[in-house]
Ligand binder design. Structure first.
Ligand code: ACO
Length: 323
């Protein structure tokens, strides 16, 4: 059975927070942030939520795909910052879209969430017969960002991206690789708030905001990125020279530059929006893919590699033949 990615969409919060704005909040500078991360500004949700952004991104993807919402029979929402546990974000997005009947689930694989979601959607389409899947990546990281930690808060932003997968005659998903390594050193962590019950007694507050050992995450990210790219290319039997574009997780432009150099792939092939949006976790890859698709730079038949890495430690990639 063949599957194709037939539409993309994205949605951004209205509020823009620049590095200059952060200079007024902490001891940092636009120059330090830009030279160490590539970020100039990020979007921060004020009124928007994971569900509202996810719904807007989904609507854009549905329109781009030229389908009706009720053709969707599977909805996956990748998020690490869900608005609520019951019902999950995916069932809420399904309801907002006016879809009456579709399986819907939330998925948390940190910044690799949309690649994992693509793998899960493909597996469910193959084994359980779903025909049209909506994958949404939506995160409001500003909720769990430690705004007093200048080493991490400068990296993150809020956004949502989405894509539609459909059964097709021609194969559009040529390879998918998902993997993980245990985070034995706790290099990237964030807990729920302390959850007391009448039976647990008082609990100490947990680490409710993102903690990251930037150096260790950096070296994991570059190695994972290279390994997963090579695995997907190998599975499809396609040389790297044939890639038209690579859409990486937008964590830090130095990670992307290092990867490009070590793989000997021209940097121009890596799509980047980290300067405008920072790291938006689950939304990062689908928003970048949507921007690339709408820029008109992709032609039918082009080979596009999606790649992600993040907490867990998760990593993965997907090789697409463009619709
Ligand atoms: N402004 C000014 N100075 C700063 C800032 C800041 N915002 N942050 C740190 N510094 C200072 C440090 O205190 C340190 O000062 P010192 O030498 O006096 O101690 C100096 O700058 C250097 O700090 P480093 O941590 O060594 O800076 P580095 O160049 O490693 O950059 C960064 C830090 C940007 C976090 C980098 O390590 C990184 O990007 N790591 C990868 C993180 C990542 O990509 N995570 C995402 C993947 S997973 C996910 O998406 C959740």
């Amino acid at each position: 059975m063949a599957i194709q990615l037939i539409g993309t969409g994205s949605a951004l919060p209205k509020k823009i927070v620049t590095n200059k704005d952060l200079e007024g909040m902490m001891d940092t500078s636009d120059e330090w942030i830009y030279t160490h991360t590539g970020v100039r500004e990020r979007r921060i949700a004020v009124e928007e939520t994971v569900i509202s952004l996810g719904t807007d991104a989904a609507r854009a993807a549905i329109e781009d795909a030229g389908i009706q919402p009720d053709e969707i029979d599977l909805v996956i929402c990748s998020t690490i910052t869900p608005d609520c546990p019951v019902p999950g974000c995916a069932p809420n997005i399904r309801r907002n879209l006016g879809v009456e009947n579709a399986a819907a689930l939330d998925l948390n694989a940190n910044c690799t969430g949309c690649i994992y979601s693509l793998a899960v959607a493909r597996g469910l389409m193959e084994t359980l017969g779903f025909k049209t899947a909506l994958v949404v990546g939506s995160d409001v990281l500003s909720r769990i960002t430690n705004w007093e930690d200048r080493g991490t808060c400068i990296l993150f932003g809020d956004a949502a991206g989405a894509f539609i997968l459909r059964r097709s005659e021609a194969e559009g998903v040529l390879a998918v690789h998902i993997a993980g390594k245990s985070d034995v050193d706790d290099v990237l962590t964030c807990d729920w708030p302390a959850m007391e019950t009448p039976f647990s007694g008082p609990k100490k507050p947990n680490n409710e905001k993102i903690y990251m050992d930037g150096h260790k995450v950096f070296s994991f990210a570059v190695n994972a990125f290279i390994e997963t790219l090579e695995r997907s290319l190998g599975e499809a039997g396609i040389p790297k020279e044939e890639l038209k574009a690579i859409v990486p997780h937008q964590a830090n432009f130095r990670i992307i530059k290092s990867t490009a150099r070590r793989l000997d792939i021209p940097l121009e092939k890596f799509y980047m929006n980290v300067d405008r949006l920072g790291n938006t976790s689950s939304a990062s890859v689908p928003v970048a893919l949507d921007e690339l698709a709408r820029s008109g730079r992709l032609q039918s038949g082009d080979l596009v590699m999606l790649a992600g890495f993040g907490g867990g430690l998760t990593y993965g990639s997907a090789l697409l033949r463009w619709k």
